[in-house]
Unconditional design. Sequence first.
Length: 315
Amino acid sequence: MEFAEPIALLLALLAIPVAFLARRRSAGYVVPSTAAVAALPPTWRLRAARLLPALQVLAVIALAVAVAGPRKGEAGAIVPGEGIDIALAIDISSSMSQRFSRDESRLDATKNVIREFIKSRKDDRVGIVVFQEDALALSPPSLDYNALDKMVADLEPGLLPRDGTGIGVGLGTALNMLQDSVAASRVVVLLTDGMENGDGISPESAADLASSLKIRVYTIGILSDTPASPGFGGGLDKDLLVAIAERTGAVYFEAANPGELDAVYTEIGSLERSRIGRASFETFTEWSPAFAIAAAGLIALELILRGTVLRRSPA
């Protein structure tokens, strides 16, 4: 058990003057001599009456404990509506097969970073969306990190039939995945290396929808020092990605190598975690009401006894 306000336990010290005053009130009457009654045994009422001040003292102590907020925490319990729901929208168009480092393509580097990002989650649900000209929701937000890891590891360019970069439809699919979520924080992390050329919902309309749903959209642009190869698109539309992030209250990032990409996902995780506070959550069984009721009951019992069966006869 712990106390929400342990310093309030000092109020229990008030029981000392209460006991002192109660003893003074029950001092009785001054008589010339008690010899005539000294040999008489005390009645049960007299014995019980001597306990009345103890009820007052116990009531004060119980009230002090109630104010201090006794409670028992249940560590690790997940509070409904708390935590983060994250939809990862990943561009798997053909341009993502270009080299990002000496040994990895853009998609391979992205997969490795995202797998580490998923492994580092705790009590955060993660969903996966991939897009080319069209989009596909691979997994709704889930806590099954092992299944998500395998899903990301198996991603390859050309998974969808039509090549292209449908940023709007990819974002729209991710938003649809999160719109009914009751998590404390709902975010989309959209990664692409290209320019919008899809036929579906426009990126601007998708950003407006995200804003109305209060879902932040972090955008990540993959940069490359090598010129785009024929058939790989016309480069990155930075202005569009910046506008999407700013419209939804998030941030745009750029990454030119795997190390920078890893740092981006780490920073996004830190930003969202700081928005909702602690990484772990607790529920508590509150005991204050029980102690407050006990204090009231003790006071009521003392008043009833003093006014009825233990009432002192008038002089």
